[in-house]
Design a protein around this ligand. Structure first.
Ligand code: TEU
Length: 587
């Protein structure tokens, strides 16, 4: 369908700077820094990365790892200086690469000057820059928040924070340290446009926009429907996501700022389900966002409560249904999507969607996922360490090793609610083991040396290094030299190359789902630019009998995630090995 664009073809690599590499040049030891990113630009270039997205490096009290910004135009000293950022941008440019900044503008830090003014008195000119509301009261006079919305980071407390001094509540959907900005106020929108310009002028090529669908809320702060009987606060996302003015705000940012530069935007949009609404954000004729992060795949194991720190079983068919639904939606309605299965807010994909239980399945699982990610339509995102099959932390790490605010809030809440209930607490530990954001935040494993090469020997990394780094690290995988049996890192590199060599097919081509009903096998045909490929992915640790559909038109199985060239029939029934992925050319 779609017109060509650099931001569609690019491979975007997400860096979570705190955990990427610490050179010791920042103000906090054992903390990743900008110079660390600069030192790995050749690694990224060699891998096939075109664009780097940096999670927030701005000045921040770090209540939520920089997603609480106190100054949008200053760099937090723990990461370095504005000068370091200029050097980074120059280093990227020299290699033909670009950078996306993380724009966190649904909320600021409670230390931001705007909020300090806003909270100073009810009559302050910036009072209306945030969402302030008087309290409500129960029949017996108890003070309660203006509505029943639950906060989002693990504790499911009220989304409102009481301000003693001015005797009102302010809205803080994530933590009390992250007050929500009031986008209804035109001064707020102008101030954000100014932030965008600042970074575009400095050389950024666009933005990843944090929870951008929350900037417009349903007016009047109505109560959310009670979906969790007995819980004091309820998921309110239907009321604070994709509100009535979202498109107006996105369009204005695009028209007044983004379009004046050669810049791209990818908007993070949790909770959105409505397809018309999705297309309104990313339709080619809309001038709102270039692309979007949808949550269906990373929320695949959330139960029906509306909360993330929950569990649910899923299988290959669930993965297939989600993927094929969005492949079709974007192709049929001229929208554009992102391809991601990892980021700093989710457990590691190899553990989650496949298996990291032993060396063999971990290699296979990571390559299976790489094969999927490099052959679907959309802009490809790779999260740091994903290219190395970095996995979740081991099951024997105690809850005290989980230091992310969401994990801490969740664990404290469970411990307080069920202090002596071993069964409940065992379940809570299982939730941490499967879902905690910490899994993605352990230091990148560069080599088998002290601290996995993340920081100097004798320095304590801000977060514990995963125990498996001696076996699983970049250096080991770079040296791996059997061309018939690539390391995960080399497999990713080859996949990205292949995607670029056949971009009319893999990036811009059409998608056809094969065998929609199979429980474990996700198989599809990609075709375009006069070529066609078939991809077959066995999302199970068992051998599976699979019959090659005639309409697949397979000519030749060219490669896969097992050693050597796959010897398999091109029609009729074939056996797929555990976690096996095949790539074939097709008619
Ligand atoms: O995340 C938004 C978001 O909705 C999540 O993925 C979040 O982790 C989840 O709701 C928790 O249950 C973004 C950032 O990526 C995340 O790191 C921030 O904590 C959050 O916004 C607030 O800025």
């Amino acid at each position: 369908n779609s017109t060509q664009a650099w931001w569609k073809e690019a491979v975007i690599y997400q860096i979570y700077p705190a955990s990427f590499l610490s050179t010791g040049s920042g103000s906090v030891s054992g903390w990743g820094d900008i110079k660390g990113v600069i030192s790995k630009l050749d690694y990224l270039k060699h891998l096939g990365v075109d664009i780097v997205w940096l999670s927030p490096i701005f000045k921040s009290p770090q209540a939520d790892m920089g997603y609480d910004i106190s100054d949008y135009k200053e760099i937090d000293p723990r990461y370095g200086t504005l000068g370091d950022v200029d050097e980074l941008i120059a280093g990227l440019k020299k290699r033909g690469m670009k950078v996306l900044m993380d724009l966190v503008v649904n909320h600021t830090s409670d230390h931001h000057a705007w909020f300090l003014e806003s909270r100073s008195s009810q009559s302050n000119p910036k009072r209306d820059w945030y969402h302030w509301q008087p309290p409500k009261h129960t029949e017996n006079g108890k003070r309660i928040p203006p509505n029943n919305w639950a906060s989002l980071l693990g504790e499911a407390n009220s989304a409102w924070t009481w301000d003693e001094k001015t005797q009102e509540y302010y809205l803080s959907l994530f933590t009390p340290e992250q007050p929500d900005l009031n986008w209804e106020n035109p001064e707020v929108r102008a101030a954000i446009h100014d932030v965008l310009k600042f970074w575009l002028e400095r050389g950024a090529s666009g933005f990843r926009e944090d929870v951008i669908n929350m900037i417009s809320k349903v007016p009047g702060y109505p109560d959310a429907e009670v979906t969790n009987e007995g819980a004091p606060f309820q998921p309110g996302y239907k009321l604070f996501c994709n509100g009535p003015k979202l498109h107006e705000y996105l369009h204005a940012m695009n028209r007044e700022v983004i379009s004046k530069y050669e810049a791209m935007t990818v908007g993070e949009m949790p909770f959105v389900k409505d397809e018309d609404e999705i297309i309104k954000c990313v339709g080619a004729d809309r001038q709102e966002l270039n692309e979007i992060f949808l949550f269906d795949l990373v929320d695949i194991d959330n139960d029906s409560s509306g909360f993330r720190m929950t569990l649910k079983d899923f299988n290959g068919k669930d993965i297939k249904d989600i993927q094929s639904k969005f492949q079709r939606l974007m192709l049929d309605r001229d929208g554009w999507n992102s391809l991601f299965i990892e980021n700093h807010d989710n457990a590691r994909s190899v553990t989650r969607y496949t298996s990291s239980a032993d060396t063999a399945s971990r290699n296979l699982g990571a390559k299976l996922l790489a094969l999927m990610q490099t052959t679907l339509a959309g802009t490809l995102f790779v999260y740091q360490g994903e290219e190395l099959a970095m996995a979740n932390v081991p099951a024997d790490w105690p809850p005290s090793e989980y230091i992310d605010i969401e994990s801490v809030n969740y664990w404290n809440k469970m411990s307080a609610l069920y202090p002596n209930n071993e069964e409940r607490l065992a379940f809570a530990r299982k939730v941490l083991l499967n879902k905690a954001r910490d899994h993605a935040r352990t230091p990148v494993q560069w080599n088998a040396g002290p601290n996995a090469g993340f920081c100097a020997e004798g320095t304590k990394p801000w977060m514990r290094v995963n125990d498996d780094y001696k076996e699983w690290n970049a250096e080991a995988q770079r040296k791996f030299s059997d061309p018939e049996d690539l390391s995960v890192l080399q497999f990713w590199k080859r996949g990205m190359q292949q995607r670029k060599e056949h971009r009319d097919c893999f990036v811009y081509g059409d998608f056809e789902l094969l065998d929609p009903e199979h429980e474990n096998v996700f198989a599809y045909r990609r075709f375009g630019g006069g070529e066609a490929f078939v991809v077959v992915l066995n999302f199970s640790g068992e051998e599976v009998q699979w019959s090659v559909p005639a309409e697949a038109g397979v000519e030749n199985w060219v490669t896969g995630n097992y050693k050597g060239k796959p010897e398999r029939g091109t029609e009729g029934s074939i056996v797929l090995k555990p976690w096996e992925g095949l790539l074939g050319t097709a008619k």
